[in-house]
Design a protein around this ligand. Structure first.
Ligand code: ADP
Length: 329
């Protein structure tokens, strides 16, 4: 079903009206199967308009990811081992974690139009409706991982911010440890997953999700289910978001540069830029560490990327991976 559904989406992507019998013929499938596939599109985030039972049309045209345009924008990096571009997948991070690791110093990249089980931290869900964002993962392994590898998700945030700036999207903030923000709204997120390999090697997979044109339904769902105020590049760029393939390629380029820089120098070269983008500096925050809450004033990050929070006259350090930060009114 998934392969046929991807073919169907490609066939109707331009947003014109399509006759279901003709689609069935050109896709070499039964009309009832096409009907079912069309009926399933809203489940993956694509709204369909039915002017009659025989006509289907996407609610808005869709420009699908284009592998060649992605590679061109990425500058065809020498370190690229593979680039997989999927229609629908469970999770780009999960896919790269299952794949045989690339040779050392080489990097795998994976993009999908839709993730059915997009991941946030601690099994939280990352909403990834079809064609509405850039859902990218990159993966490589390290023979001698930098000692501050735990701060890689902060460096990846800096890389994402650089990529957005290169696509003419300024004013991007970063919220410790892994949110990409615009004016207190969540534009994207980062999920870094590490796995120990034999002979002390370490495997790193970093996922970046950036909303480009998030459907209203997903935005409503996020507000209702987790109180998340989400935004997208369409809203930030007044209806003219960057082309997704161009953004994806630019992100790949910045992530590859970031991986190389982090390998040779760790988090240090990223720290000042991260501090510049810090949306919580000097702001009252609540840090949730397991079940325990600490309220205080955020005081930026330490040299290793730990969050500093001043509370009752002393400064506490929080390390990424364990805690969530909420802005306090
Ligand atoms: P947190 O920021 O709460 O620590 P994560 O960084 O792990 O959590 O991201 C998962 C959370 O992000 C979800 O629980 C949800 O609130 C929010 N979220 C999920 N998908 C999106 C999206 N496409 N855009 C903005 N926020 C999202």
């Amino acid at each position: 079903m998934s392969a046929l559904r991807d073919e169907l989406i490609r066939a109707i992507a331009d947003g014109s009206q399509y006759n279901i019998d003709q689609l069935a013929q050109s896709l070499n499938a039964d009309a009832r199967v096409i009907d079912q596939a069309i009926a399933s599109l809203p489940d993956i985030g694509l709204s369909v308009e039915h002017t009659s039972s025989k006509i289907a049309q996407l609610a808005r045209p869709l420009k699908l990811l284009d592998r060649d345009a992605i590679l061109a924008a990425a500058g065809r990096p020498a370190a690229l081992n593979s680039l997989d571009v999927f229609g629908s997948i469970t999770s780009t991070n999960a896919y790269l974690l299952k794949k045989t690791p690339p040779p050392v110093s080489q990097v795998d990249a994976c993009l999908a139009e839709h993730q059915s089980e997009g991941r946030g931290r601690r099994n939280r869900r990352w909403e990834s409706p079809y064609g509405s964002g850039v859902w990218l993962s990159v993966g490589r392994s390290f023979v001698r991982p930098p000692s501050d590898i735990g701060a890689f998700s902060l460096a990846a945030g800096v890389a994402a911010r650089r990529a957005l700036l290169a696509c003419d999207i300024p004013d991007i903030g970063l919220k410790w440890p892994n949110d990409i923000a615009h004016r207190a709204r969540k534009l994207g997120g980062i999920l870094v997953e590490l796995r120990q390999l034999p002979q002390n090697r370490l495997r790193l997979v970093a996922g970046i999700g950036i909303n480009v044109t998030l459907p209203d339904e997903a935005r409503r769902h996020l507000a209702e289910s987790s109180g998340t105020a989400a935004t997208d590049l369409a809203a930030i760029a007044a209806g003219h978001p960057p082309d997704r393939s161009h953004l994806a390629g630019t992100l790949i380029k910045e992530m590859f540069d970031c991986l190389a820089e982090f390998e040779s120098a760790g988090f240090a070269p990223f720290a000042d830029e991260w501090r510049e983008a810090d949306v919580t500096d000097g702001v009252m925050v609540e840090v949730l560490d397991g079940g325990v809450s600490c309220v205080g004033t955020a005081r930026g990050i330490d040299t290793d990327g730990a969050l500093l929070v001043e509370s009752s006259g002393s400064v506490r350090r929080f390390v990424a991976g364990e805690v969530s930060v909420r802005l306090k009114a």
